[in-house]
Design a protein around this ligand. Structure first.
Ligand SMILES: NC(=O)c1ccc[n+]([C@@H]2O[C@H](COP(=O)([O-])OP(=O)(O)OC[C@H]3O[C@@H](n4cnc5c(N)ncnc54)[C@H](OP(=O)(O)O)[C@@H]3O)[C@@H](O)[C@H]2O)c1
Length: 237
């Protein structure tokens, strides 16, 4: 019997990744959700109600290539991944001089290497199937310069370079590589006091999720390769 296929989302225990998981589950897709906090993934499944039947939890720390490989193998035992969404991400909002070596490693390992490790695991299947979709959740820091974001910008610009180069390699295999470039979005990435003060001006993760699902559902031989999403009223200052 053919394996059920579905969408693997990293960073799905909160914020944008969680909203994307719920949106895909609602339209009947199987969703494989990963993040470090297993209990939050279970909560997501419960919160989803009936569509939660389409959600399968696979806890994973994307900063560890070993853990990513093991997680992909576990998913692949029972299912086939046909779409990967790299949403796991962290930042520190500190000046460059104030970041500890550990913080720098964590941001680069999660945002840049984590997405690269996850992508590498799915590529052989996508190439064999001559089909697949990879979404990389980047950030407006790739288009605009902000302070207190130096390491975060380095991680996202690194991922932008990887994503663009990968796209040229794999387009001959009918693999779609889509860059999502969001501005401020109201999630736990922002401190509570900033969300209180500026939350009204931020986008909500559910709106982003709907755009991502619609890009995924695009048919024919076209692909929207890059989507920039910013609050109508502009970036936060
Ligand atoms: N919010 C914004 O304004 C904004 C704007 C542009 C881009 N983005 C990007 O959007 C993505 C999602 O962020 P968010 O705003 O939704 O923030 P969030 O609510 O804090 O979500 C971050 C997610 O990443 C997961 N994560 C962190 N480190 C991980 C690791 N080592 N391994 C696996 N999962 C890990 C977290 O789960 P665990 O803690 O359970 O591991 C959580 O599910 C990030 O890539 C971020 O850079 C956000």
């Amino acid at each position: 019997m053919a394996k059920k296929d579905g969408i693997w989302i990293t960073g799905a225990s909160s914020g944008i990744g969680k909203a994307i998981a719920l949106e895909f589950a609602k339209i009947g897709c199987n969703v494989f959700v990963s993040a470090r906090r297993a209990q939050e993934l279970e909560r997501l499944k419960d919160e989803a109600g009936k569509p939660g039947d389409n959600i399968y939890t696979f806890p994973c720390n994307v900063a560890s290539s070993t853990n990513v490989d093991q997680t992909f193998k576990k998913i692949n035992n029972d299912f086939e991944v046909h779409c990967l969404i790299n949403s796991a991400g962290i930042t520190s909002f500190k000046h460059a001089a104030d970041n500890s070596a550990n913080e720098i490693n964590d941001i680069i390992n999660t945002n840049l290497l984590g997405a690269i490790y996850s992508t590498k695991t799915v590529l052989p299947t996508f190439i064999k199937n001559e089909s697949g979709t990879i979404f990389n959740i980047l950030s407006v820091v790739v288009n605009k310069t902000f302070t207190r974001s130096s390491v975060y910008a380095a991680s996202k610009m690194g991922l932008l370079g990887y994503s663009n180069s990968l796209r040229e390699e794999v387009r001959k295999h009918n693999i779609r590589v889509i860059n999502i470039i969001p501005g401020a979005t109201e999630t736990s990435m922002w401190a509570q006091e900033i969300r209180k003060e500026k939350g009204e001006r931020m986008m909500n993760p559910e709106s982003l999720a709907r755009i991502i699902v619609s890009a995924y559902l695009q048919k024919d031989n076209l692909v929207t390769e890059e989507i920039v999403l910013r609050p109508v009223t502009g970036d936060l200052d």
